[in-house]
Design a protein around this ligand. Structure first.
Ligand code: PHE
Length: 337
């Protein structure tokens, strides 16, 4: 058989092989058989040496044409088989996959973690106490006189058995000092309750972080330095602090602390009500009467305490204008953090 005739013969053999609509695996095998390195077409090319010199060019051209036909026919079938596989299974491979939304930490939890980590580096441990307290720990031991207005029904939730929902985290100071001897250096985060008219700035519950440091020779200077360091870490290194004289029954002297407004930098704006300052916490030196109620000798020990509202700090930091948003658990609010 002449080699020219063999080219035609191979063409009809190839067409026959494809006529039986081969499966994908068969197609791959046929492709290899014809176009592979040791395949039929390469074999044919090699036989060019047996063709009479005058017709070598013509023969090579014919084999090239056949090779191209084979290549195109197989590629067309391969792409058809691939796309019909997905379609017949009812799968649109171009659709995006299922997206699982991850939750995020509640902004109060994030704020608390940031506060904890700063005080952790300053050597403060973390202590906690219950939300239902005795009036003694919530008020008396903290030097509130019996007729103090904060005990009024307006502010405090009283339970039938005479206990209260704690109105601040300061009773945890009492628990800590009655359980341990100085030195004490702890922060005490937790939930507190107040019977208030609810609006954008007030809710019936909120969270505080209490701080207490008791040892020999603890000074007001250390209190200022500690709070200054905390505020610079939390609000930024160029923040300034202002200590204003204030009053709490359980500290003497007492201060309220303001920081320069993070929004206007102290010039005055809507957030700081044109004052340039934002009030962020209350603090002071532990009153000797408090030491007396827990059995500490106030001649031997001194200490400082501070308390800050977590909601307030989070609202300032994130620009949140309504405290109720923290408690509604609306995902549209939460997922922004
Ligand atoms: N317990 C005070 C409050 O709830 C805050 C405070 C704590 C002030 C510790 C001084 C020292 O307002």
């Amino acid at each position: 058989m002449s080699l020219f005739k063999k080219v035609d013969e191979l063409r009809s053999e190839f067409k026959q092989a494809l006529a039986s609509s081969p499966a994908l695996s068969d197609l791959e095998r046929i492709k290899q058989e014809y176009l592979g390195r040791k395949g039929i077409l390469n074999d044919l090319f090699k036989q060019i040496k047996d063709v009479e010199p005058a017709r070598k060019g013509e023969f090579g051209g014919l084999v090239n044409v056949l090779k191209q036909e084979v290549q195109e026919a197989i590629d067309a079938l391969l792409s058809k088989t691939a796309s019909s596989t997905g379609a017949s299974a009812g799968v649109d491979v171009s659709l995006p996959g299922t997206v699982y939304q991850r939750g995020s930490l509640h902004p109060l939890e994030q704020t608390l973690r940031d506060i904890k980590s700063i005080f952790h580096r300053l050597g403060f441990s973390v202590a906690e106490g219950p939300e239902i307290e005795t009036q003694w720990r919530n008020f008396d031991a903290l030097n509130f006189p019996p007729e103090h207005p904060a005990r009024d029904m307006q502010d405090t939730f009283f339970l039938n058995n005479g206990s209260v929902l704690r109105t601040h985290t300061s009773p945890v100071q009492i628990r800590l000092m009655m359980d341990e001897k100085p030195p004490i250096r702890s922060i005490m985060p937790g939930r507190v309750y107040r019977n208030e008219a609810i609006d954008a700035g007030h809710y019936c519950l909120f969270h505080q972080v209490e701080g207490l440091y008791v040892d020999k020779n603890v000074t007001h200077g250390e209190l200022k330095a500690t709070l200054e360091l905390f505020c610079r870490e939390y609000f930024g290194s160029d923040v300034k602090l202002r200590f204003r004289p204030s009053f709490f029954p359980f500290t003497e002297p007492s201060n309220e602390v303001d920081v320069t407004c993070f929004l206007c930098g102290g010039k005055g704006c809507r957030v700081c009500k044109q004052t340039g300052w934002l009030e962020i916490l209350g603090c002071g030196m532990v009153d000797p009467n408090v030491f007396k109620s827990v059995g500490y000798d106030s001649e031997e020990y001194t200490g400082y305490a501070f308390g800050m509202g977590i909601e307030r700090i989070a609202m300032l930091k994130y620009g949140i204008n309504d405290i109720r948003l923290f408690f509604e658990n609306d995902v549209r609010f939460l997922k922004q953090f």
